[in-house]
Design a protein around this ligand. Structure first.
Ligand code: TRP
Length: 452
């Protein structure tokens, strides 16, 4: 099976050179690998959390889509779509919100940073904090789990969000999965070898530092004038420069072949003037960007083409999301009242739950995993012991089902009105309380019948 790789790009800004080197270029390269099934999307619902300027959002969606396509993303071989074109994502987000502990969200770095800043300013701790910001990680989990992505390339600052997505996936699986793992547990991919591009002033290139070099915006002239503003030391031409102390060199290296970078390095040491060095940097970057910039400008002039590509991407994405959300609706109980649910599997299950006994997984007050077996009427027959690992609980449930009702050897009667169920000589569940031996016998019979 191919590895499914998924990542989102928040549409709140204009792509700069740092985005290109750190995210766009490696992602486009990765998407060309034949063993990868890539999902790239514009996280425009996420953009609403950070940005209140509607025109900015609209413009950014266009610029970012055009940028990724111009940089070589092939919409025929990847699934490239807008989050807001897939209504199953916010629907899943709500289902996940309902299994997510508020305490988990309280620990999110972005929310905590906002609270800390408020505390430092002496204002109410939730001042300016929206529910969007607070629940941001749940929406991100929905993005990822909707498509059961295995790998999620992200910046280091997103690691915690991936851990949360795994936590939320596990909770949903154990609450509603009945032994089935609806969601794959996604893994973050942080690439160590991708350059963190320094900005004009040497700090990380970032919109919030106002130190960026534009990627396509403003054309070759804007690139040139930004490069002219890269801060250097005051050594004049002929004086040896220290490449390792120069962010100009780091930017150069991100675009150069190794031997080119080595040459540039030795020229700096030999006294290359900063003016010449900047000209060389400009030529190098321009050689890589120029062909893509033409494509970019062409796309920006024809937004209908981009719209068409994104619509086709949404259609492809929904080909997966629509049947999956149907199963999830069924799992949480949002089913048709008559005639079964629209999905074939849903129909079978909806009918079944009316007539038959069922296992129900839950987490107990200590956060451990247990399950109950309920009779067709909803009466508790037994309750399992607590498991730290939901998979263990699922396995025991599976083994009980596999007995198909041959449970006589597993049941030991206890006292006047209790019973214990054991597997391999180890107790795994206790019969529900009954007030008489007769009641207990009825439950044991119900246990047998439930699995039969
Ligand atoms: N939060 C991510 C960022 O700021 C963007 C994003 C939204 C994302 N949904 C995602 C990334 C899903 C990976 C997977 O970078």
């Amino acid at each position: 099976m191919n590895t499914r790789v998924l990542t989102g790009i928040t549409t709140s800004g204009t792509p700069h050179l740092g985005n290109y080197v750190g995210a766009i270029r490696p992602a486009v390269e990765a998407s060309r690998r034949s063993d990868v099934d890539a999902f790239y999307f514009l996280a425009d619902y996420h953009a609403l959390i950070k940005c209140e300027d509607a025109d900015r959002i609209a413009r950014s969606r266009l610029e970012i889509a055009a940028t990724w396509l111009a940089c070589g993303l092939d919409p025929a071989s990847v699934t490239f779509y807008r989050q807001s074109d897939v209504p199953e994502i916010p629907e899943l987000c709500w289902m996940l919100t309902c299994v997510t502990a508020k305490g988990l969200m309280n620990r999110a770095h972005a929310y905590k940073a906002a609270v800390d800043q408020n505390a430092a300013r002496g204002v109410d701790e939730d001042d300016g904090v929206t529910m969007g910001l607070f629940s941001y990680p749940v929406l991100m989990a929905a993005d990822i789990l909707m498509f059961n992505a295995h790998k999620v390339p992200v910046g280091r600052d997103q690691l915690q969000h991936l851990e949360m997505a795994r936590d939320i996936a596990q909770r949903f699986n154990s609450q509603f999965g009945m032994g089935r793992e609806f969601f794959v547990l996604p893994e973050a991919v942080i690439s160590e070898d991708v350059a963190l591009l320094p900005g004009l002033d040497g700090r990380k290139m970032s919109k919030s530092y106002n130190n960026t070099i534009p990627l396509f915006d403003g054309g070759a002239r804007a690139l040139k004038s930004a490069v002219a503003r890269v801060v250097t030391d005051s050594r004049g031409p002929g004086e040896p420069k220290d490449p390792d102390a120069s962010h100009l060199y780091l930017i150069y290296r991100a675009f150069a072949r190794p031997e080119q970078a080595a040459l540039f390095r030795s020229e700096l040491i030999a006294g290359l003037g900063w003016g010449d060095a900047k000209r060389m940097l400009c030529d190098l970057v321009e050689a890589e960007l120029e062909p893509m910039r033409d494509h970019y400008e062409d796309l920006m002039a024809h937004p209908a083409r981009i719209e068409e590509i994104l619509q086709a991407g949404a259609h492809k994405a929904r080909g997966i999301a629509t049947p999956f959300i149907r199963e999830l609706r069924d799992a949480v109980g949002l089913r048709a009242l008559v005639g079964g649910s629209p999905s074939a599997s849903g129909k079978a299950k909806a009918g079944k739950s009316e007539r038959e006994a069922r296992f129900v997984s839950f987490r107990d007050e200590n956060g451990r995993f247990r399950f109950r077996l309920l009779s067709p009427a909803g009466e508790e027959i037994l309750c399992s012991i607590a498991y730290a690992d939901p998979k263990e609980a699922g396995k025991v449930m599976g083994r009980l089902k596999a007995t198909q009702g041959a449970v006589d050897g597993l049941v030991q009667l206890r006292g006047d009105s209790g019973f214990v169920v054991s597997l391999d000589g180890q107790p795994v569940a206790h019969g529900a309380e009954s007030d008489s031996a007769d009641g207990r016998d009825r439950l044991v019979a119900a246990f047998h019948a439930a699995l039969h």
